[in-house]
Design a protein around this ligand. Structure first.
Ligand SMILES: [Zn+2]
Length: 429
């Protein structure tokens, strides 16, 4: 009897604690529904739904103010504007009233954002990849103690496959995301291939020149081997999206990015067939792919404060890979010489990340190689492993701690000092 009473009391306590936890969770959490639609007429829309009334909705990522031109409110009582204090884009009603739902028609063409992933990456066969991070919003403002979670739904005509890594659906796909970066969603005619023999899930634009397509298929296995020998292995099968879109403003080039375990390579501009024959196109492409590969293996350990750390390392890892397969030495020497010149003279912060970053990484590599044959890769191996085990917001101190361990305190301190001085030389904004 006595035992039963104790057990009963414990059970009641457990239920109370469970209810309290559920209540706290529900009240510290804001769930946002984001429905993206591609219509039969190939028009794109986004509809937001909030559980509670909101007076304003702020975007999480604000690399520029292009939403103002590219997003049209479906109903005229809504508008998009820029917060004068934070510079962030937000949605509100013209009459200042609250709301729980709002819809926009979207411009799904390609736009290269310098500081962020392209919101839409079109493929020439009618496919499109879009970046979920672009659509994440916070009710009112983002500086809140609330945790946000997003329920995304993508709807598309039945002819299209809607794809996320290892997932493919026709018609509709629903998934959950936290407030973290985001991922690429592919919507188009290319279906998922069996995982059996490919280490990569690939979505490759058929319009890319044959030489480029061949090189992507040919270079991926040796690149994977090279990085697997030096860095912690990837935990999931990565997805490679390679595409091309024409531009009307005469701009051309390529842009890549890695988000989670997806690698996006996009070429834009005029005819690629012509460019594919230009001198060093093959080498440039390989460098570009190897650089993005390095990011994939860096396992999202990207420092916003010290971008030289991952960009410089990716540049150096690309150089090392190209050297290992005996790429044209003249080309490689020229790349290093250009980085040297740029590092001395540039006033652009992002160029310091890449150009000086490459040289600093090379210097680190040389020093570590005195003791450990894998040089900079070994430092990154330890860095990625430790950050995966214990993530931290500012990882730069850990990088220098490990560097001291693998070299010596004097070298690490002296390099850190030089890096700081180089950034201080940049003109203030
Ligand atoms: Zn990069």
């Amino acid at each position: 009897m006595h035992k039963k009473l104790v057990l009963g009391t414990l059970l009641v306590c457990a239920i109370v604690i469970w209810l309290a936890a559920a209540w706290l969770d529900a009240n510290s959490h804001a769930r946002i529904q984001v429905n993206v639609t591609k219509s039969a007429e190939k028009e794109w829309f986004v509809v937001y739904q909030f559980d509670e009334q909101v007076a304003r909705v702020t975007f999480v990522r604000n690399p520029d103010h292009t939403r103002l031109q590219r997003w049209q409110p479906v109903e005229s009582e809504f508008y998009l504007a820029i917060d004068s204090e934070t510079g962030h884009e937000y949605i509100a009603r013209v009459d200042g009233q609250t709301f729980t739902t709002v819809a926009f028609k979207l411009d799904a063409s390609y736009v290269a954002l310098r500081k962020d992933y392209a919101p839409f990456t079109p493929f020439s066969d009618g496919g499109t990849a879009w970046f979920t991070g672009r659509f994440k919003v916070c009710p009112e403002h983002c500086a809140s103690a609330l945790k946000f979670s997003y329920q995304f739904t993508m709807q598309a005509p039945l002819a299209d496959f809607i794809r996320l890594p290892e997932q493919s659906q026709r018609g509709q796909l629903t998934w959950q995301e936290s407030a973290s970066d985001g991922q690429m969603v592919y919507v188009g005619p290319q279906q998922l291939m069996a995982a059996s023999d490919t280490k990569f899930e690939t979505i490759i634009d058929p319009i890319l020149p044959d030489s480029l397509k061949r090189s992507l298929t040919r270079d991926v296995p040796p690149l994977t081997n090279y990085f697997n020998q030096r860095m912690p292995h990837l935990t999931e099968r990565p997805m490679l999206l390679a595409s091309f879109s024409a531009t009307r403003n005469g701009q051309f080039g390529y842009q890549g990015g890695v988000v989670a375990n997806q690698m996006v390579l996009h070429w834009y501009g005029h005819s690629l067939a012509e460019r594919a024959n230009a001198p060093y196109f093959v080498e440039d492409t390989l460098w570009f792919v190897a650089h993005e590969f390095a990011h994939l293996y860096q396992a999202s350990q990207f420092s916003n404060e010290d971008a030289w750390l991952h960009e410089g390392a990716a540049e150096f890892m690309a150089l090392s890979y190209l050297r290992s397969i005996r790429t044209n030495g003249v080309y490689l020497d020229r790349r290093v010489a250009t980085a040297r010149e740029t590092c001395v003279s540039t006033e652009q912060r992002y160029q310091v990340h890449y150009a000086c970053g490459l040289l600093w990484a090379a210097e680190i590599d040389q020093y570590i190689k005195k003791t450990y044959p894998h040089g900079l890769f070994f430092l990154w191996f330890m860095y990625v492993e430790q950050l995966t085990d214990a993530p931290r917001t500012n990882a730069t101190p850990l990088y220098f701690e490990l560097l001291s361990e693998l070299t010596d305190d004097a070298f690490a301190a002296q390099l850190r000092e030089r890096i700081q001085t180089r950034y201080q030389r940049l003109p203030t904004l």
